[in-house]
Design a protein around this ligand. Structure first.
Ligand code: FAD
Length: 374
């Protein structure tokens, strides 16, 4: 059913690009817009779990990710002082699929953007939507530049502060702050680091993930520090070094070798699973716009790519847009709720000083559930 349909995708991030790619492959007439005139993404690394790798395989981009990112058959768990505790129980999903991986976000975006160009999908940048009106099985769209057009389907993939959600989904609300913040540092790969590492037993959970042959990113979760103004790069540098004071192993190596030229970011965390319905008429939401999560299962991007595949598939198989959107929501709701609920619970346990063992079990159970097919 999707072939020949006019589809507007608002937001050219991970979920929007994945939707555009799969729908164009099914011969939909796709247009992609993004508010950012330069279509950039910030310089962090991103963890690509087994389920996310499986979704990228289905999108046809696994080889590029393997080539330009880093993949491995597992991760190692350390006590925060660098004592090795064992391996993380990461389920093998399919023959030939690595257990886990990582990539720099700008590299992942370039891979996805290249596929968008290969498929000749029209992309308009510096543009968003101002008004959306459902009419006769189609949507009248007014763009922020004042132009107007009609589409069969509009997909809001414009992330946690979604403009599409604000315009067309009055029953939804903003994401809720969880009280934690995530620190990320992109840095050259420590000399002795074959695979990803998790550090437990400290009041701040931390980890390091390879993102290519020569780059890794370090992440750390701490209570959020409320402040009126943003921290300067210099402040972030000093604070993160200090947070790492007790750490050994490669986390300690990074503390001792980080410089102010390394990319560093501090971000307070927020999450929400929006209530159904996730579509109103022929307007539908996808990705963080409808299930913004915290990084505790490192699965937000994976959920966005899976949702893109499911949305395209259900619209293609359905006899009407309404039927396809309902089937998309039915397949995605519980899985995305599981990711948001588990992630928020892990964060709360970390803030309350919960035992590393209990937290590890919850994360392990969460990843096992995500290993199931969708
Ligand atoms: C600290 C942190 C760490 C994370 N780490 C991981 C991880 O390791 N692994 C993982 O899988 N997930 C991770 N995530 C989650 C992941 O980043 C998101 O779930 C994923 O990027 C969501 O994709 P998306 O397409 O919904 O949004 P995005 O990728 O954010 O893309 C949204 C796009 O919409 C555009 N846009 C925004 N507003 C508008 C508008 N009004 N009109 C038009 N365009 C607009 C933006 O410019 C952007 O290009 C992390 C999240 C956080 C906060």
């Amino acid at each position: 059913m999707i072939a020949g349909k006019k589809v507007l995708i608002v937001g050219g991030g991970i979920g929007g690009m994945a939707t555009a790619i799969r729908m164009a492959e099914l011969n939909a007439n796709v247009m992609l817009i993004d508010l950012d005139p330069d279509w950039r993404v910030y310089g962090a690394g991103i963890t690509i779990t087994g389920p996310t790798l499986r979704a990228y395989k289905r999108l046809g981009l696994l080889d590029a990710i393997k080539e330009q990112g880093a993949t491995a058959d597992g991760s190692t768990i350390f006590k925060y002082d660098g004592t090795r505790l064992g391996n993380l129980d990461e389920p093998a999903l399919e023959e030939g699929l690595p257990a886990t991986g990582g990539i720099m976000r700008p590299v992942l975006h370039r891979i996805m953007q290249a596929r968008i160009r290969e498929l000749n999908i029209p992309v308009q940048l510096g543009l968003s939507v101002k008004a959306l009106t459902n009419r006769d099985d189609a949507v009248d769209v007014t763009f922020t530049d004042g132009t107007e057009a009609q589409f069969d389907v509009v997909v809001g993939a414009d992330s946690v502060f979604s403009g599409v959600r604000q315009i067309a989904f009055p029953h939804m609300a903003e994401a809720v702050a969880t009280g934690q913040a995530c620190w990320r540092l992109s840095i050259r790969r420590p000399p002795n680091m074959p695979q990803g590492e998790f550090y437990l037993g400290h009041r701040y959970a931390a980890g390091i993930n390879p993102c290519g042959s020569d780059m890794v990113y370090l992440w750390m979760l701490t209570p959020h520090i409320e402040r009126e103004t943003h921290f300067t790069d210099q402040e972030l540098f000093v604070m993160l070094k200090d947070n790492l004071a007790d750490f050994g192993g490669n986390a300690g190596w990074i503390r001792d070798n980080m410089t102010q030229d390394d990319w560093i970011n501090y971000r307070p965390l927020a999450a929400v699973l929006q209530p159904a319905p996730w579509f109103v008429g022929n307007i539908v939401l996808l990705g963080d716009a409808v299930h913004a999560t915290t990084p505790h299962l490192a699965s937000g991007a994976g959920m966005a790519v899976e949702s893109a595949l499911v949305l395209a598939e259900e619209l293609d198989q359905a006899d009407s847009v309404a039927e396809g959107l309902q089937a998309y929501q039915d397949r995605r709701f519980d899985r995305c709720r599981h990711v948001v609920d588990t992630s928020v619970t892990v964060g709360r346990m970390q803030l309350e000083g919960g035992s590393a063992d209990e937290i590890g079990k919850l994360i392990g159970a969460g990843l096992h559930r995500l290993a199931e097919n969708y």
